[in-house]
Write a protein of this length. Structure first.
Length: 187
């Protein structure tokens, strides 16, 4: 091996050690270890992010005659052995799952109904952490103005902010996951 290759390998080993420390933190901490928050929606920076373990989908169901507004449901798709924090989060320093929306790139008001979540086996600061697992659904109400704008545009773009953690308590950096739903009578 030449000197350049040795230096490159040494640099890679140091970077991997630093990344492992950032992601997994120090043992014995009462808080979960969390990697730095990514600036991008996905894991473009090379560090593990929640987007590596969670995906979301959104579906619009046309309303019946008695229910003209229709129904929007966001579904969380979480990898085996992982979960995301419930909303509200069990402790102030945990990142709750949150749904926000846009129509034509402008933020709109939503009225999500977050489920209570399930109590996990993870306990921090004498509190059992409430979480969402694979298949959790969040019903999202659309206020009249949002409904009108989404119907006119034919779609609603959603961002679901999540922080995923393994069932043993190792947490990844939060991610903003994108989904879109076709909105309207024909959807």
């Amino acid at each position: 091996m030449n000197r350049g290759t040795v230096l490159l390998l040494a640099g890679a080993a140091i970077a991997a050690t630093i990344a492992g420390f950032v992601i997994y933190g120090q043992q014995g901490s009462s808080r979960p270890a969390v990697a730095s928050e990514p600036a991008a929606t996905s894991n473009g920076g090379g560090l593990a992010a929640s987007a590596d373990k969670v995906d979301v989908s959104a579906a619009w169901t046309k309303g019946t005659a008695d229910e003209s507004a229709g129904r929007l449901t966001v579904t969380l798709h979480v990898a085996d052995g992982w979960h995301v924090n419930a909303h509200p989060a069990s402790l102030d320093f945990l990142i709750p799952t949150e749904v926000s929306g846009r129509v034509d790139d402008e933020t709109v008001e939503l009225a999500p109904t977050y489920p209570a979540g399930t109590e996990s086996d993870i306990e921090l600061e004498d509190t059992r952490i409430r979480v969402y697992g694979d298949g959790t659904t969040i019903d999202v109400g659309l206020p009249d103005e949002t409904s009108r704008r989404a119907r006119a545009a034919g779609r609603l773009d959603l961002t679901v902010r999540v922080q995923s953690c393994s069932d043993d308590g190792t947490c990844l950096a939060p991610s903003n996951l994108e989904a879109a739903a076709r909105i309207g009578d024909e959807a």
